[in-house]
Design a protein around this ligand. Sequence first.
Ligand code: ADP
Ligand code: MG
Length: 735
Amino acid sequence: MSAPDPLDEPLATGVLRGPAAEKLAKAFDIVTVGDLLRHYPRRYQHWATLTPIADLRVDDDVTILAEVMSATTRQMRSRNGSMMNVKVTDGTHVLDLAFFNAARLRHVVIPGRRLLFSGRVTLYQGRTQLSHPTLLPLDGEEEADALAQVGRPLPIYPATAALDTMKIRKAVHTVLGILGDVPDPIPAGIRARHGLIARTEALQRLHRPEDDDDWRRAQHRLRFEEALVLQVALARRRAADRAGAAVPRVARPGGLLDAFDARLPFRLTPGQEAVAAEIAEDLARSYPMHRLLQGEVGSGKTVVALRAMLAVVDAGGQAALLAPTEVLAAQHLRSIEALLGPLGRRGMLDGDARGTRVVLLTGSATAASRRRVLLDAISGDAGIVVGTHALLQRGVEFGDLGLVVVDEQHRFGVEQRDALRAKGRTATPHLLVMTATPIPRTVAMTVFGDLEISTLRELPRGRSPIVTHVVDAGRPAWYRRTWARIAEEVAGGHQAYVVCPRIGDDTDPDADADGTEPAVPDPDGTGAPAPRPLRAVVEVVEELRAAPELAGLRIAVLHGRLPADERDARMRAFAAGEVDVLVATTVIEVGVDVPNATVMVVMDADRFGVSQLHQLRGRVGRGASPGLCLLMADGASDGSAARLDAVAGTLDGFELARVDLEARREGDVLGAHQSGSRSSLRLLRVLRDEKVIEAARHEATALVAADPDLAAHPVLARELAALLDDEREAYLDRG
Ligand code: ADP
Ligand code: MG
């Protein structure tokens, strides 16, 4: 074992006896020296140049040196809390200060005492004042120290009422003052290559910077450390995956895959060819494939995945396709059946002997059909089993599961995809994850760091452009014009979608409409209530049926509360052109493929996320005619108006994914599966720190290849163990 780490020492029995340690533990769960030193400053304040009170101007950031004349605290009637009003003087003029809920300052802001006050000048009832300035006592032995600090960045910590930033700063200083060298998890060679300062130095500079450069270098080094530990964890996971055994699956020449390729009505795009080759190579290996296939809706992922499944069937195995909803599972079954034709009907009259059988298993299957499907799966009779979560249940077994394809990764956790893979009998099945949500590179490297990534960038030829407009729903003329546009498309022989954020007619207006994800996200994260109920399917359909513009049109509704067979029937009717306008929730978000649909109207579009809107509009423009997407919104806040404009302004899903992710908190970016490491990722931001993450990934891969057990890197190994503990804990918490 390595030498004891001073960061592991408990605060309470060591340097920080008494109430300070107790408060730290209570407020932030800070128990050890390391906990305290990893309580990083939220930001750094600069003491502005000293300004005489007479020269203060509104909106200036100033620091004044002044003496307290009076301080009075009063309870506020209108709000819960207290207000402390202080008058200070610099000898010539008087200035008001106001502190909200600052009872704790009563012992600092005492008449006669001299302090430094720093903050922004505001105007209150016609008088300049400083509200809630930062302050630094200036008397006695602290004076020299305090004055020295004026020239330095002042760390501001996450604090509570009981434990303010000054107290935390003091505790940190005490601890840093006696801290020896701490072990460094970043190997010296990597530090040298990337110009990183040592951990001890980083902690000193972060908490006691002489200048801005100090804390920036410290943050950079600590960020690298976070990235490295995470990437080492992922590199080890990849290495372990590779050590596992899988059965190589190679398509038979002249077999099912060849027969399929021969009947495909189109040529694969060069992008599809390239990805198909990568997958074929993976499948031929004796360790399991772990691949993420990302590409926009309509980029042709399904065809590529189906070819992988057919290769496995060719080699005597089976493939399972896991979809997030029943609608999608049914849709997959239909498109696979259509693409396979007679090759998917082996054993039937018109079946092809080279072919296989495709079956569907969902939660709403009848007992009899479920029994049949289970039998087909375990006997190996069905080469391809398509399904929802129902596939994950006990009792679902396969004769020889060789490949698991997971559609729409963001709806499944790692645990779920692993649950399906555990159904491989002797070896681990290969894994292919498909997602239509484009994921920026660094996010992919962090969230899906254990997967290799393939990307389909081009859409197959013949795809038409989609034009998107934002429509102000508050203007009656535009509103009517929108319905007229639908009528025009229908008159031209086309079909339309109208998407609403909720179903309606429910007791709980925020009910999760489709059992997939909240139908009404809070994209601004403000939690502010919507001023009126959001548009609902059941109500909009009535409106459309009554609209003169749409008289005579065949209008149907689709949402997640309909029974599965009913949903399926309506989807088929729409696909068959028996319905002109489909009013739906986001059930149609993914995978639905009706090339004749050319226009989509999204009601309350500002209530949807950017990527979701992009995903939704991918339902139109799938045929020969151009697509039109109308985003209806009224009273959109500035933030949501900007998001809608972004959607209207580009068709680049990667760019929109970035816009989307930037609006979220980091924990949400990382998703549930990384949330356990949230506490480990303190400074690293996956969108911003692309270079750091890439460099760390590179180093981590090399390091794990050379020393898989991290025998030569005990400090790093310990950090890693802590990270994995965190993850496990988060997993159990969710449990
Ligand atoms: P995704 O799964 O990425 O949304 P799909 O595989 O469902 O995309 O393909 C969308 C549509 O494009 C389907 O109708 C499919 O048959 C068709 N398609 C796929 N690849 C090509 C291609 N290379 N050329 C022409 N059409 C294609
Ligand atoms: Mg698809």
